[in-house]
Design a protein around this ligand. Sequence first.
Ligand code: GDP
Length: 335
Amino acid sequence: TATATAPVGSAATAPGGALDPGRLRNVAVIAHVDHGKTTLMDRLLRQCGADIPHERALDSIDLERERGITIASKVTSISWKDKELNMVDTPGHADFGGEVERVVGMVEGAVLVVDAGEGPLAQTKFVLAKALKYGLRPILLLNKVDKPAVTEERCNEVESLVFDLFANLGASEEQLDFPVLYASAKEGWASSIYTKSPPDVKDMSQLLNAIVGHVPPPSASLDAPFQMLVSMMEKDPYLGRVLTGRVTCGVVRVGDKVQGLKNTDNGTVKIEEGKVVKLMKKKGMRADPVDSAGAGDIVSLAGLSSPTIGHTVANAEVMTALPTVVLDPPTISMT
Ligand code: GDP
């Protein structure tokens, strides 16, 4: 096998191993305000056990919570069966400096949460347009089906409104072939067939299964020098800068020597050299330390104090920073 013949120090791991991109699913969550994104994420995390209080990697979280600031990141990882789902929040408001591009550039799929009573609204259209342009595979979640006004007819109506919206936004045939789920995030269930009352198993399994089945895993190479594009930045009083992004290629491990790179008009400039002191996966309000992260994964890294959003963190041998905004939408195949 590839693993048996891999040279010493190679990043290759057995399929299904911790670094196998095939077990990852990266998904953006898109919703108009009040359509239920927060309630949904809370349910997903609870189902996957992330609400159980654990030792926290970021001690500052409680402090931030007391002050009422949500540093709880916009990325949350959910372990589901043998898969790891990285769910990324998208801003619903007008874009600030490419924020939406950075988010949709990190993922292969999108869950579009739509209040079935209200239908798709303007606020999500902007984000959706970019998600489709970047080739993301969408899943439609019609939420709040528990509301008395929401009937099967209403759901059909909203479905065709969303279909028309997709078509107007230039969706591909593949994107137009989106699965639809019916949910009450408030009651804690999702179903792939229309129902007014919870299915037998009242949980989010059907949504999690739809994500795993419909969103392709990232295609990314582990056997390459480590590179990560920074998409989010937080400050932690103990760890300093915490940089979150998608590992474009290679593998990063705690203790690795890395550098921060940025693009300028005169080419790539090295802004800092340092060592990875901590790697974390965000799970709701919690941050779980991990030893390594591989290509295709979304991870938070501490150890450098200068890089910020749009910069690249990479192995010492990498000479060129990644493009700040991915200009060519990634091609996605289901194979
Ligand atoms: P967000 O702005 O998209 O994050 O929306 P929230 O999750 O904060 O939800 C907005 C409001 O809708 C809250 O009052 C929720 O309790 C309510 N809500 C969310 N999901 C459902 C649902 O499935 N059914 C009903 N009836 N209300 C819901």
